[in-house]
Design a protein around this ligand. Structure first.
Ligand SMILES: [Zn+2]
Length: 244
């Protein structure tokens, strides 16, 4: 089912254990967190586990009259994109000219987790490392045409993302951290920096630029003690990017 998620927005939405639904006759909301006192449904009962005789507690409409609520926390969510990203970029890796890749590195979607209604994570490949946003709650997704840009506000600051799309992944938006990836000695070092980058982005402490700023681009190897999260973002984002 997850592979269909990008082909059927609005149609393939699953009803999860916390999904709230609304009666389209009288707007009564069924919230699994509350259950239904009228029908003596205990809290924690998902909509799809309601007994067959259940009807709207207010107007007796049948369950078919209930629609998934498209906002707030009860919105059904799209699945973690990591497997799709891994597969798509592994396929792309086979087509990359050898000179452009760091052969010590692997393809890995690192740290994808919910953020503000999106999936936020870091894509590590042998030729780039990008922050990536993908839709999680479709109603909160701001679409971009491929190549168009938008800025996204994080606790650590404002970053620019570029719209992209892959047939097997769907729409995504990315912000370049590294390209090429020559400075990473091994995949573990790249993964560590990816994890630090994601953490650093969400840490408001990184929004301020302290006096003792030093030039600290993340290094490969076992330098994790030396790479503070603040150093990471300062090194990358204040030290200058790499054009596109
Ligand atoms: Zn009703």
């Amino acid at each position: 089912m997850s592979t269909l998620a990008f082909q059927g927005f609005g149609h393939e939405r699953e009803i999860g254990p916390a999904t709230r639904l609304e009666c389209k006759i009288c707007w009564t909301v069924y919230d699994p967190a509350e259950g239904d006192p009228v029908w003596q449904i205990p809290a924690g009962t998902p909509f799809d586990r309601l007994p067959p005789h259940w009807t709207c507690p207010n107007c007796s409409a049948t369950r078919e009259q209930f629609m998934v609520l498209g906002d707030a926390d009860g919105e059904p969510t799209l699945p973690d994109p990591s497997p799709r990203l891994d597969a798509a970029f592994r396929a792309a890796a086979t087509r990359m000219p050898p000179g452009l890749v760091n052969v010590a590195l692997d393809v890995e979607a690192v740290g994808f987790a919910p953020w503000q209604g999106h999936w936020l994570g870091v894509m590590v490949t042998p030729w780039f490392m990008n922050l990536m946003l993908l839709p999680r709650a479709q109603s909160r997704w701001q679409s971009l045409r491929v190549g168009d840009k938008r800025t996204v506000q994080f606790p650590a600051g404002i970053y620019e993302f570029i719209g992209a799309s892959e047939p097997s992944v769907g729409e995504y938006q990315s912000c370049s951290l590294f390209s090429p990836m020559d400075q990473f000695e091994n995949h573990e070092a790249a993964r560590l920096v990816a994890q630090l980058a994601r953490q650093a982005l969400l840490d408001p402490a990184n929004a301020e630029q302290p006096e003792d700023a030093r030039d600290a681009r993340p290094a490969a190897g076992d330098e994790d003690e030396a790479i503070s999260k603040r150093d990471f973002l300062r090194g990358r984002f204040a030290g200058g990017g790499d054009g596109d």
